[in-house]
Design a binder for this molecule. Sequence first.
Ligand code: PMP
Length: 397
Amino acid sequence: PFASVELAPRDPILGLTEQYNADTRPGKVNLGVGVYYDDEGRIPLLQSVRRAEQARLEAAAARGYLPIDGIANYNQGAQKLLLGEGSPLVAEGRVLTVQTLGGTGALKVGADFLRAFLPDAKVAISDPSWENHRALFERAGFDVVTYAYYDAATRGLNFAGMTDSLRALPEGSIVVLHACCHNPTGVDPTAEQWAEILEIVKARKLVPFMDIAYQGFGDGLEQDAQVVRRFADAGLTMLISSSFSKSFSLYGERVGALTVVAGNKEETGRVLSQVKRTIRTNYSNPPTHGASVVAAVLNSPELFKLWDEELAGMRDRIRLMRQELVNKVKAHGATQDLSFVVKQRGMFSYSGLSAAQVETLREESGIYALSTGRICVAALNSRNIDVVAAAIAKALK
Ligand code: PMP
């Protein structure tokens, strides 16, 4: 029965990692990843996580099924991080949060829910966007379009293009917005620009689907949630997919959440019932371990403080790597102005390297980046940055 099954295209990022793994050169560097590495080049296991895990191990908790929507105080914790302590929306009963399998799971559950109730809506994603956005919404059955976003000439935001394309969307379209630390460009709108985007979203009756996978990697947990809060406080009905994969360094535990801000309390109940149905028919209920650990950290003032500090450590290290990369590429004789790299936010940088330059880096120096020029700044460290900077300076000549 599978004779006509065609080979699916290779995932570009995982394909690159396979190539990197097969490379036998000792000085090779993989900047194509989407993961935070510490200065030793390792995925960190946070102290806050270790302590919560130890406590959990000692408690020797049974592993029964969780409710369909997951662990209640995990959901509350995730919701509070997004909407803030004492959010009036929460008090009004207008918000629901369900535990999901990472941010991807939140997007998928949200997409399936939306497809059932807004089947004809278009879904608009940024150009470019996280490469899974298009496939995920198309798989859910949507027609996916793009809105202008990145301006290669300025290495910044094409704001006029963005607002033009948002205004041109049919009323009621779903618009996927990166709340902070845009993947893959690292370019975010300013607060003033967000205010204008919000006005367009309201005027065109667009349904925002905010994706926040890097909360804490921009300016801090509270600061990075400001856009989400402004949209929610504006009275909009919206969806939010959030992820703890990066902020807790718990990639493989699949810790995410889908939050929906509905029109009123009664509507929230109806939406929740349908979201739970989506989950029930997909994977029944989520796993226990990762979310228990995150919930323990979010609900303990002491562990929360420790986590916040560890997150700040990751954020600061990335900032330092951005600055050092710019300085060192310059010191190696490049004349191009790379200062935009310091202004970009989050783990990634659209470095401005062309596909040909990326290929040169790989062939001559064993440095792997995406052909779009996206590099993961969090994969740089004090041992590889000189080699990388020298190779980039050479490739730029
Ligand atoms: N959205 C964006 C913008 C992302 O970059 C990612 C992860 N790379 C996700 C969602 C998915 O996150 P998770 O790994 O938690 O599924």
